[in-house]
Design a protein around this ligand. Structure first.
Ligand SMILES: [Zn+2]
Length: 157
């Protein structure tokens, strides 16, 4: 931020607060060139990235929520936290990359499951049983049996 008094480009923020209607942030700045103080206002116009649920409701993409789902699925499993963080990063990038700024829970869930499957089968099954909308229980059971028998589910029959 250029100082309005001397034009120097370096300053430090001495105070920040939201405006009353919460759509801008007011910052008190002190110029590092002349030490005079000035105020700037920054508009808050960041649109959140959304996840669309099956019933059409939207909610903000929440890294913490993805991570806690993964941690739950990986409970007592030999999965390093760094691997989970990587999945969360990848998931976030996937949502952010969307031109519409949103992805369906289905798309997000499928991405997470495909990564989890590579890391730990049991964690994958736990996660899938919560997330995936299996058409019927038999379909899920068949996939589980294939996984447990070490077969590729796609090559079944
Ligand atoms: Zn200045």
């Amino acid at each position: 931020m250029k100082c309005p008094y001397c034009g120097f480009a370096q300053d430090r923020v001495v105070d920040s607060r939201e405006s009353k209607d919460a759509d801008s942030i007011r910052r008190r700045r002190e110029c590092e060139g002349c030490n005079k103080r000035f105020t700037t206002y920054e508009r808050i116009d960041e649109i959140p990235y959304m996840v669309v649920k099956k019933d059409g409701r939207r909610e903000k993409f929440d890294r913490q929520k993805v991570l806690s789902g993964l941690l739950h699925a990986c409970e007592k499993r030999p999965v390093a936290a760094v691997n989970l963080e990587r999945i969360v990063d990848e998931t976030e990038a996937y949502v952010v990359d969307s031109p519409e700024r949103e992805r369906t829970t289905n798309e997000v869930g499928e991405l997470i499951m495909s990564r989890l499957k590579e890391i730990d089968t049991v964690a994958y099954i736990r996660f899938a049983s919560v997330y995936r909308d299996f058409k019927d229980v038999r379909e899920f059971k068949e996939e589980l049996e294939d996984l447990l028998n070490g077969k590729d589910p796609k090559k079944r029959r």
